[in-house]
Design a binder for this molecule. Sequence first.
Ligand code: DNO
Length: 357
Amino acid sequence: MKMIFRWFPNGDDSVTLDQIRQIPGVSGVAACMPHIPVGEVWQQDDILAMRREINDHGLEMEVIESVNIHEDIKKGLPSRDRLIENYITTVRNLHNAGVRCICYNFMPVMDWARSDLARPIEDGSTVMSYHHADLDGLDPAAIGDSMHSEARGFSLPGWERERMPQMSADICFYREMPVECYWDNIRYFLDAVMPYADMYDMKFAIHPDDPPWQLFGLPKVITNADSIRKFLGLNNSSRNGLTLCTGSLGANGDNDVPSMIREFASQGRVHFAHLRNIKRTPPRDFHETAHLSACGDLDMFEIVRALHDSGFDGYIRPDHGRMIWGEQARPGYGLYDRALGVEYILGLWEACEKFSR
Ligand code: DNO
């Protein structure tokens, strides 16, 4: 297992590589290139320059989060073949730069959604929260505007400003699409890309839908154990795997996250794990919390133990944290609470290691 930390290049992060290097147990970062428009090839030289910067700070760059999928691929438009070719070229260039794992998602129109990026909780910190009634039925562009106003000037992955004007039209497009067509488009993408995953020794780790239920009438597909089984069955390559995000899947109290981990990690299909905790207000509201089990509804010990006992040897990163100690950072991605999360997870991991001897 390798512990990594999400990092955004080109000054789009309040957290520096020097700081990340000083978090005990962190060996690398999950990097990205959000300035490259989705669908365009990531050029070898740019990737190598980013890797050099990361390596020069004593850290590895084995994981990219994310190489996003162009909307035309998700929609199944004729232009998808050219875009998939670009994607494959990017995979090759990343392989040449030593990248081993690509995190991506197949969420239509937008990545994750929250109604509040800075909700105060009892301890005086702020967290990201989701109140279904505040979001559903609203104009997503307005939601995007309000999220950006709370983003402290940092980019919000999946909510890039240039995509806002297109959002409403895209939502209408998907509302007309039978969900089975959406699954066909996922299969088409996997069938085209997985042979290159083998050729370039690249693990593909799809992120579940966040939240894991329908919003804006959009197809949501990676939401529970059954849908994950279906997804993994679309292409049986062991490189076709998951980013197991505990906070996304765990938002639905019916999802038994440790048992999902035991099932999919023991099949070698979990390549990357995002560990965070949440507090649920059923049926569909929740807010994020500190990583500790006692702070939320997820049993983080059982989660780490399930990974450990399944022989998981992929990457883990702490996921969204609280904003604490006066930090001004991208919502969910401050230094302090995620660093606390790292040490807690590593403590649980060490206990699992020692108890299993
Ligand atoms: C949000 C993140 C997502 C995630 C992508 C992976 O904070 O969890 O943006 O990186 O869905 O493709």
